[in-house]
Design a protein around this ligand. Sequence first.
Ligand code: HEM
Ligand code: HEM
Length: 220
Amino acid sequence: MAETQKRIWDLPVRLTHWGLVISFFGAFFTSEGILLPLHVPFAFMLMTLAIFRVFWGLFGSETARFSQFVRGYGAIKAYAAELKQLRHKSYWGHNPLGAVAILSILSGIFVVVIAGLYAQGGDLVGPMADTVQRQTSRLLTNIHIIIANLVMAIVVGHIFAVFAYKYVLKDNLITPMITGTRPANADQPEPRFTPLPVAVILLVVAASISSLAFGYWGLI
Ligand code: HEM
Ligand code: HEM
């Protein structure tokens, strides 16, 4: 059947993705040294985008919705078995294993940021650290560091996976995450896209929630 380029990812999904890349690596690599003052601002951006992505997964465009791409254990197992034989069905949206990575990354980000709010080190004190006992803060600092490294390991696996799709399975997922379009059969229906102003409103709500958590509200 003839193939044409069709829109798969809307602008909010793509901007959120590349914003997550910048803010995650940004927060991770400023956790020590002279760039430490940027650790919390990057984390604020990360938290805002992660909250926004959850909203977009509930109210956003069809291909962004959790209900569209989160599948049960059976589907994940069947897909993994296909992959083992180096064949896979190309999904119009995230595949079942990708969905597991996405949920792990997003939930890991929430644990890291929330624990970070209560963390403290020599040169950096989380905005909520004073509200808990010293011992609790110490425990949350350890959780913060361990889970941040665990999320980094999952992210490295995620990046490795998308390159394996490109070079081993010959399925380029990266270009669509930049341009928003990918080759499709002529009979592939256009997904339903949620209007951009809805994204702007949800982003403002997400930024307000993060501002409250980070104590920025009091500064305005
Ligand atoms: C609420 C936002 C955050 C706050 C307030 C915060 C605060 C802190 C504090 C107080 C420390 C301990 C520093 C020390 O031991 O001297 C720390 C370490 C660390 N943070 Fe965060 N953090 C936040 C977000 C993040 C995020 C989003 C990431 C990852 C993307 C991250 C990754 C790390 C890592 C890897 C370390 C360990 C650094 C080391 O090896 O000593 N943090 N953070
Ligand atoms: C340069 C490094 C990265 C590349 C090349 C990359 C590439 C991709 C690609 C191609 C997809 C779409 C997969 C598909 O078609 O199913 C994707 C999805 C995703 N990636 Fe990455 N990624 C990178 C880094 C990251 C980082 C650092 C994070 C988070 C900390 C992240 C989180 C996600 C999430 C949450 C999705 C789902 C997108 C959505 O539906 O909103 N990625 N990534």
